[in-house]
Design a protein around this ligand. Structure first.
Ligand SMILES: Cc1cc2nc3c(=O)[nH]c(=O)nc-3n(C[C@H](O)[C@H](O)[C@H](O)COP(=O)(O)OP(=O)(O)OC[C@H]3O[C@@H](n4cnc5c(N)ncnc54)[C@H](O)[C@@H]3O)c2cc1C
Length: 466
């Protein structure tokens, strides 16, 4: 590593993507500075700059694997501090598209905890790295460039309005959906990236509860997905401190109300009754809080012909997915690993190579989420042949998976970003679906409302999640 070329890296944004970027940059640069507009609170506490942190978050299996590579022992440490860590198929009830997946050991470890808890655990690890410093309560107002060709520094303004400037060999923009890189590129005379938007019109609301003992049986999470005729979603998941968080969401304006009665009525209108059943006798601990997410947005940096040196973009600033698929943190962690691989080579990381590498990480997650969104006929967008095939095939696969563990595992591995969606179309899987469908002639069209009560056997099981 030539030290003069890799002296100072500056990361804009100290949320998940920024922290993960700082982790890998700390191995390649003498000094790393992470800047955020918020004053960063203790582990588990909400902050203004991350309003989505008040809503349900789970870390998929692919994210757990990536985080372990970046911070060995982190997942076990989070589990010790109360997070739910366990098999995402054995102890989570998945009810996508009107079907109930078979619960079984899937070899798909995941993590369930509040977003501020996970961010706090990761932040503590990054703060302990030599060479990394944080500047809190400072808003990034612009970047310095040499005639727009190379980014050389960052301008900040603190909470009392004082300005400062930091020189940098590399700047990584991890400021989330509101990233100003596209506007800066236009200002410097570059083409900004093309933007793909899927207008999902999602509204969510979240409330925390203390459930009655045994209300979820041995399960750590219930995830009820939308069906083509009911665009409502509900996720009830454990938190690190014994509480549970319920996030309800609706697509295309079917937004959950934030008054307590309306909120629970919405929960009762989900395609399955599992969440309503679990809420019986629960003690609400706060009022529902709302969140709006009008569109999933992907910025196609990988297609740009020209891009300034000394600048990269990571996390939601590149692609922010429909949150119901729970992909963002896993994709950000894998982007950080891609950056680490580039830093193994000499000199500054090349932007073109970086954006092409992360596009390969984003593609399967984006394709999976977008075809799921476009299954709803009223969501605007082009239904390519690939999307139409996926949307004709997936309900059949899910229907068969409600009888078949092998198919349930195959699906959850795709949800967990361990495997590519294309693998679901493998001939052996198609054959399995055909065989099961033939035996259970009526399964392909079930969008039934099923009230679930954990039976006596499941109630007695001791869950590793608690
Ligand atoms: C409702 C919801 C639920 C979700 N659930 C899941 C889930 O279950 N699993 C999952 O993996 N992902 C989930 N996600 C996505 C996940 O939250 C994000 O992908 C993840 O947080 C990574 O975001 P980020 O760090 O790129 O951006 P953000 O979290 O948006 O962070 C941006 C940071 O930049 C700072 N910042 C912004 N502008 C400036 C500025 N000008 N100056 C200084 N600082 C600035 C902000 O303060 C903030 O700290 C969900 C998202 C939403 C909206």
């Amino acid at each position: 590593m030539p030290p003069q070329a890799r002296d100072h890296a500056v990361v804009l944004g100290a949320s998940m993507a920024g922290l993960l970027a700082a982790r890998v940059l700390a191995d390649g640069y003498r000094k790393v500075t992470v800047i955020d507009r918020d004053t960063l609170p203790g582990i588990g506490m909400h902050r203004r700059g991350v309003p989505h942190g008040r809503h349900h978050h789970a870390l998929q299996s692919g994210g757990c694997a990536a985080l372990e590579k970046l911070f060995p022992g982190l997942i076990a440490q989070a589990a010790q501090a109360g997070a739910g860590v366990g098999d995402m198929l054995r102890h989570c009830r998945w009810l996508p598209c009107g079907h109930r997946l078979r619960q079984a050991d899937g070899g798909v470890p995941g993590l369930i905890a509040s977003r501020p808890f996970l961010e706090g655990q990761v932040r503590a690890r990054v703060q302990a790295l030599p060479g990394v410093t944080f500047i809190e309560g400072a808003r990034i107002t612009g970047l310095d460039t040499t005639a727009g060709r190379r980014v050389t520094g960052v301008h900040l303004r603190d909470q009392v309005g004082d300005h400062a400037q930091l020189a940098a060999d590399l700047v990584v923009d991890a400021t989330g959906r509101g990233s100003r890189t596209p506007a800066w590129l236009a200002e410097w005379g570059y083409q900004p990236p093309d933007e793909e938007r899927i207008q999902i019109g999602l509204g969510a609301a979240t409330r925390t509860y203390r459930l009655r003992p045994g209300a979820l049986g041995p399960d750590a999470m219930i995830h009820i997905g939308h069906t083509p005729d009911n665009p409502r979603i509900g996720v009830l998941g454990m938190l690190e401190d014994g509480r549970h968080m319920l996030t309800l969401a609706g697509i295309l304006g079917h937004h959950p109300p934030t008054d307590p009665v309306g909120f629970e009525t919405f929960a009762a209108s989900l395609p399955f009754g599992d969440i309503s059943h679990a809420l019986a006798g629960a003690q609400p601990l706060d009022d529902p809080v709302a969140f709006r997410f009008p569109a999933a947005v992907r910025r196609r940096y990988e297609n740009l012909q020209q891009f300034p040196d000394g600048l990269l973009v990571l996390g939601d600033a590149v692609c922010s997915f429909n949150p119901i698929y729970g992909q963002g943190m896993t994709v950000a962690a894998n982007q950080a690993l891609a950056l680490r691989r580039l830093l193994d080579q000499r000199g500054q990381p090349d932007a073109g190579r970086y954006f092409r590498a992360i596009a390969k990480i984003i593609n399967p997650a984006w394709d999976f989420a977008v075809s799921g969104d476009l299954a709803l006929p009223d969501i605007p967008g082009t239904r390519s042949l690939k999307v139409r095939i996926a949307n004709a095939y997936l309900p059949r696969l899910l229907a068969a998976a409600s009888f078949d563990v092998t198919l349930s595992i195959a699906y959850i591995r795709v949800v967990g970003l361990l495997d590519r969606p294309l693998g679901l179309l493998r001939p052996d899987r198609m054959l399995r679906i055909w065989w099961i469908t033939r035996r259970k002639a009526n399964i392909a069209t079930v969008h039934t409302r099923v009230n679930y009560t954990p039976d006596a056997t499941t109630r007695r099981e001791v869950s590793p999640w608690h």
